[in-house]
Ligand binder design. Structure first.
Ligand code: IMP
Length: 189
């Protein structure tokens, strides 16, 4: 891993401390220190997480070290993919319990997606996608994690993300999978 990221640090631009915890935990064993570029980036009204991640990456300052951004969303099939790119708005307004109530009882399947955007020393943007299949719980459960974690049950599990440890969530989560793809890229670079 000869990239600037490997030698030193990456700055992760986000306002979400929960995401920082997960990304740090995952990249620390690779010798990659993750600095928190604490800021709220503008999110355009776009149809895809990829577009949002690309736009976020354009807003971060040029740096010799790598810059990382992320956009995530929860797509409920029984709601035609809603809230998807509107997940942050729905979390603020309805909250996890409101989303659980809105989800049709017989159509609770959902997918959580994350898109990481990375710009290394050469300035070229790269994107890494991860998905976690699961279902929406009937009521929020658990105190761990953040956001919609109390209502998302990953496939093959009975517990919500909020009832899991950081390591358990990471093994199953959309962000964990996007980070695996990112890790492969860093190892090849
Ligand atoms: P963002 O636009 O990427 O910040 O994410 C959209 C919304 O989904 C935010 O309200 C986040 O809190 C929520 N979210 C993103 N990732 C996760 C996660 O891993 N678990 C639960 N909620 C999440």
């Amino acid at each position: 891993m000869g990239s600037s990221a490997r030698r030193g640090a990456i700055t992760f631009y986000t306002s979400n401390p929960g995401k920082v915890r997960e990304v740090r935990h995952r990249l620390a064993p690779l010798g990659v220190a993750v600095r928190w570029g604490r800021r709220t980036l503008t999110e355009p009204q776009a149809d895809s997480l990829e577009e949002v991640a690309r736009f976020k990456l354009q807003q971060v300052p040029p740096a010799r070290d790598g810059a990382l951004v992320e956009d995530a969303g929860l797509f409920v099939r029984g709601l035609a993919g809603f809230p998807g790119v509107y997940s942050a708005y729905v979390l603020r307004t309805l909250g996890p319990a409101g989303l659980a109530r809105l989800t049709p009882p017989a159509h609770r399947s959902a997918v959580f997606r994350a898109v990481l955007g990375y710009r290394g020393g050469n300035g070229r943007p790269r994107f890494f996608v991860g998905e976690a299949e699961g279902t929406i719980a009937q009521h929020p459960r658990g105190t761990g994690g953040f956001g919609f974690d109390p209502v998302f049950i990953p496939r093959g599990e009975e517990r919500t993300f909020a009832e899991m440890t950081l390591m358990e969530k990471e093994r199953l989560s959309h962000r964990g999978k996007a980070l695996t793809a990112f890790e492969h890229f860093l190892r090849r670079a």
